[in-house]
Design a protein around this ligand. Structure first.
Ligand code: SAM
Ligand code: SF4
Ligand code: SF4
Length: 377
């Protein structure tokens, strides 16, 4: 293995409190500077995780000395729900809970219940999903479904037990995650999606076994290109296996044809098996930028809003929700919160993946980027 340098970074990043505009804001949901609406909200509920996936929370950094956030710094369920209500008013229709490992947050089903009770202007509940490493899913799937969760995405990087234990780096067995997936299917959290991050030379030999395991099961397997998120995973371009090669490898054995996207802004390109054994997806975050349609905002566990997975700066929504005595700030009303968030979204021009190969992308890369375990996938 080649040497790599892992910069030590603090995961609590630069942020500012978004100003509340004095002028009245339009009541229609805002578009950003690239005319993109706000549709998806990813809420990270904890920065802790029981795995140490080498590409996300490498053990060398996230060790015993690492300082995770204090519970008092996390948004409460009431604060998350209040923010979500305002985001729904700004156009959000889909909420994904993530982390860290979201199922480590105590009583998460209570938050699911509270979010499920929210209503869009059309009177519907927002679509509610969760991304999890699956380790606690066998125990929690039923409760989550009963609380109003619609679907789950389970991350699983290998079917081979030895390879999987190496990737999660805490010796966690694959059988337990498969049990979680079965429990999610039994509870009706369907269609279950499985995310596999592909790292060339680490788990690319698992592409075909994974495809064959989930073919015909109703589970939608999605292959994610290994991304240069954060600063701690020692990312290198030569470890990215382009999605086209994933498709080619599977197609050579089980022929595939492309499918139309379900909706604009969808991250995965869909493919179906010619023999009717279901579909797979590829998320080509590196080789095929999908910024043009990116309609996602991310709220961290301590209430910082990020407009891009590769953002260098967050907006301190918690200071608006809770006030900040040290900064002389009082909590704001829902109307002011809406106005502040609408203005933040309307000024967004983030498009890191489109810029990755350019000088502007290089400049962004040199600035501090948030870790995946802090804002979720
Ligand atoms: N702990 C949960 C899990 O693993 O599903 C939720 C949080 S995790 C940060 C969300 C997703 O990000 C997972 O599917 C994970 O595989 C993916 N991910 C993390 N680091 C990544 C990277 N460097 N490139 C691509 N995907 C990554
Ligand atoms: Fe934990 Fe998910 Fe990151 Fe793995 S990918 S270390 S399970 S947060
Ligand atoms: Fe969206 Fe940023 Fe990813 Fe582009 S790089 S798709 S703007 S999160």
């Amino acid at each position: 293995m080649s040497e790599r340098t892992i910069p030590i970074v603090d995961h609590r990043y630069a942020s500012s409190v978004p100003p509340v505009p004095r002028q009245p804001q339009p009541l229609t949901p805002p578009l950003d500077r690239l005319h993109r609406p706000l549709h998806d909200l990813r809420i990270s509920v904890t920065d802790r995780c029981n795995f140490r996936c080498t590409y996300c929370m490498p053990k060398e950094i996230f060790d015993k000395q690492y300082e995770f956030l204090r519970h008092a710094d996390l948004l409460s369920f009431e604060e998350i729900t209040r923010a979500a209500r305002v985001f729904i008013d700004l156009g959000v229709r889909k909420i994904r809970l993530t982390g860290g490992e979201p199922l480590l947050r105590k009583h998460l089903e209570r938050l699911v219940e509270m979010l499920h009770a929210l209503r869009t202007p059309q009177g519907q509940s927002p679509e509610l999903t969760l991304t999890t490493n699956g380790s606690l899913l066998a125990r929690k799937a039923r409760q989550l479904k009963d609380a109003g969760l619609d679907r789950v995405t389970v991350s699983l990087d290998a079917l081979d037990d030895t390879a999987f234990r190496q990737m999660n780096d805490v010796d966690f067995p694959v059988a337990e995650v498969l049990r979680g997936i079965d429990a999610a299917i039994a509870a009706g959290l369907t269609p279950v999606k499985v995310n596999m991050v592909v790292k060339r030379g680490t788990n690319d030999q698992q592409i075909l076994p994974m495809a064959e395991h989930f073919r015909g099961s109703g589970v939608v397997l999605r292959f994610i290109e290994y991304m240069d998120v954060g600063n701690t995973n020692g990312w290198r371009m030569d470890e990215v296996l382009p999605s086209q090669q994933v498709i080619d490898r599977i197609h050579a054995v089980h022929p595939l044809h492309p499918l139309e996207p379900h909706s604009p802004g969808e991250t995965a390109q869909r493919w179906a098996y010619d023999d009717g054994a279901g579909e797979i997806g590829v998320i080509s975050s590196v080789t095929r930028a999908f910024c043009a349609d990116c309609n996602r905002a991310r709220l961290s566990m301590e209430g910082k809003l990020y407009l891009c997975l590769f953002a260098t700066h967050g907006y301190d929504v918690r200071a608006l929700l809770r006030g900040d005595a040290a900064a002389g700030l009082d909590p704001v009303s829902d109307a002011d919160l809406r106005a502040a968030l609408a203005q933040v979204w309307s000024q967004r021009d983030d498009r890191y993946s489109l810029l990755r190969g350019t000088a502007a992308g290089q400049a962004l890369r040199e600035q501090r980027k948030v870790e995946m375990s802090y804002i979720g996938g």
